[in-house]
Write a protein that binds this ligand. Structure first.
Ligand code: ADP
Ligand code: MG
Length: 571
């Protein structure tokens, strides 16, 4: 196939412009992005070969190598992994397939995020294109393992890229950067210097499971030692820059928070630190280790179809699967991390995993552990808990519907806005502690927004009587309240239900209400008739203080909010 020149998509062009003009001050991370891509490519090849899908591939010495040339001012990151076919290069590198990058740009353009580019990058990551922060030309030569023809992709990042057939002896991908000129006093950003590369790899990619090797071309063998005959070879032996140690398999006290955070960033493609790190070591008949993280912010696509949930699954330190959803329930899909099991087959497929008894066991245990961690956070570090809940509460609440066995545990770690405090939500236990003598139930009211609920006439009598009401305005709230009846023996009741007002009324009051009902019976019968099929009954109420009338539903009947959810679902 002939050489072709293509234009970048509009989005790609904008992203590239940002990279070229380098809005992000920490340029070091471009190397982490390239190494992470190389590492992913090696994982993919190893996996294909384990499954018998890469018969023609060479898998005996999978590694990453870095070649720096400080005279030519080039830097190459090479892997002998899965590689890409020509169409994959166009698809993956030429366009922004990555939906995260597209949303990044949308927010960037709308200028919605006052926090600026750095924090946006932190949220979305920018992958391969970050090379243009330090390079004025990037060349990628790749050959898909098992295929004959290679492909060369070149661009200066200015509008177009060229794609061509290339002859390359090795499978995998080499990305070569022609480094931008740096001022002589800016040694800190000279990425052709061996010491700089060593430093950056150590800092960002030390735990990468594949060896990252570097041949230090610039290093003369006369650095203090006399070159001895036969030693010339040894002097140019590549050095391995990373320790490759699996953090989850090392004793806890040996691993620092910073190292965990770095692993998290590597696997999650998130640039911020995790909010929480969980380590779990299961011993016994079925041994496994887990290292789980809560991100500090919800990913932008958490509630979209395209969201990729799941943990990374390893078997005895060998990576077997990413996005393994079988290990945690969907409502905990924001949890990132790895699980390393001792006795699973390396060949497990997703279908098998769904039915595996041991996976089900891990699923139960990990779920409990995650909920227990949130509970702990709630009591020990409320501020961090509120951050967590603000980001992920909406997802966690899905569990109230989908995970009945853990319902009580989920309620225990949930917090809801309430009439008690306009600023911070309350846990149900605190609600119960504040309940006045005589109040038996936990009251809530659902609606479209806090504002709308606060204006509801249903609240009037509760305000008057000083009874706290939870103000539930997430769409999902209307659904779960319909299925969850109680918490710690207390019933959850809608303040909009017809008998809600009676619970704390005295007998005396109830008697008087009865009398008045008699008195107005004719009027009420007439109104009921006039409103026909629209209402079941019109009756007097003691719940209102300033509004003349309100609509209530029967206990067990649909709340207005739930009715509208159902209506929307049917559309
Ligand atoms: P991400 O890694 O988040 O998907 P990138 O921009 O870093 O985004 O990479 C885009 C895609 O290009 C990758 O998902 C991968 O499919 C492909 N890719 C990049 N580098 C390599 C590589 N060294 N080997 C094989 N495929 C690669
Ligand atoms: Mg990447």
């Amino acid at each position: 196939m002939p050489a072709e020149t293509h234009e970048f998509q509009v989005e790609s062009r904008q992203l590239l412009q940002m990279m070229i003009h380098s809005i992000y001050s920490n340029k070091d991370i471009f190397l982490r992005e390239l190494i992470s891509n190389a590492s992913d490519a090696l994982d993919k090849l190893r996996l294909a070969s384990l499954r018998g899908l890469a018969a023609d591939a060479e898998v005996s010495d999978l590694h990453i190598s870095i070649e720096a040339d400080s005279t030519a001012r080039t830097l190459t990151v090479r892997d002998n992994g899965i590689g890409m076919s020509r169409s994959e290069v166009t698809e993956l590198i030429g366009t922004i397939a990555n939906s995260g990058t597209a949303s990044f740009l949308r927010e960037w353009r709308q200028g919605e995020n006052a926090l600026g580019a750095e924090s946006l990058i932190g949220r979305f990551g920018v992958g391969f294109y970050s090379a243009f922060m330090v390079a004025d030309e990037v060349t990628l030569v790749t050959r898909r393992a098992g295929e004959r023809d290679g492909t060369r992709w070149t661009s200066t990042g200015e509008g177009t890229y060229t794609i061509d057939t290339a002859v390359t002896p090795q499978q995998g991908t080499a990305v070569t950067l022609r480094l931008k000129a740096v001022d002589s006093d800016d040694q800190l950003h000279d990425y052709s210097a061996a010491w700089k590369i060593r430093e950056v790899v150590k800092q960002y990619s030390d735990f990468v499971a594949w060896p990252i090797r570097m041949k230090d071309a610039g290093l003369e063998p006369d650095d203090g030692t006399d070159p001895v005959d036969g030693d010339a070879e040894a002097a140019t032996e590549p050095e391995t820059l990373n320790s490759m140690k699996a953090l989850w398999a090392r004793p806890r006290e040996e691993v620092s928070e910073a190292e965990y955070a770095e692993l998290y960033r590597h696997m999650s493609h998130d640039w911020s630190d995790p909010l929480e790190t969980i380590r779990l070591q299961a011993e016994g008949t079925f041994e496994y280790q887990a290292l789980l993280f809560f991100p500090s912010r919800a990913p932008h696509d958490l509630f979209t179809q395209g969201y990729r949930a799941g943990l990374h699954l390893y078997v005895k330190r060998v990576f077997v699967m990413d996005d393994c959803e079988a290990l945690l329930p969907t409502y905990l899909r924001f949890v990132r991390g790895i699980v390393d099991a001792q006795d699973l087959s390396l060949n497990v497929s997703r279908e098998i995993l769904q039915q595996d008894r041991r996976i089900a066991m891990m699923h139960r245990r990990l779920t409990k552990r995650v909920l227990a961690t949130v509970k702990d956070m709630m009591s020990r570090d409320p501020e961090r808990y509120f951050t967590f809940w603000g980001e992920f509460g909406r997802a966690v609440k899905e569990g109230l519907i989908t995970d009945p066995p853990n319902r009580e545990a989920i309620l225990a770690v949930s917090a809801f806005p309430s009439t008690h405090d306009t600023h911070s939500p309350t846990g149900l236990r605190e609600y119960i502690e504040r309940m006045a003598a005589g109040q038996e139930h936990i009251y809530y009211l659902t609606g479209d927004s806090r504002q709308a609920i606060e204006n509801s006439p249903h609240l009037e009598s509760f305000r008057e009587r000083g009874i706290e009401v939870l103000l539930l305005s997430d769409p999902i709230d209307a659904v779960w309240v319909d299925q969850v009846n109680e918490f710690e023996g207390r019933r959850l009741r809608s303040a909009a239900h017809s008998d809600a007002e009676e619970s704390s009324d005295s007998d005396d009051k109830a008697g008087r209400a009865h009398e008045r009902q008699e008195e107005f019976s004719e009027l009420l019968a007439w109104m009921t008739q006039q409103l026909g099929g629209d209402v079941k009954q019109v009756r007097l109420s003691t719940r209102l203080t300033t509004s003349p009338a309100c609509l209530v539903s029967d206990e067990g009947g649909l709340t207005p909010a739930l009715e509208s959810v159902y209506r929307a679902m049917r559309q």
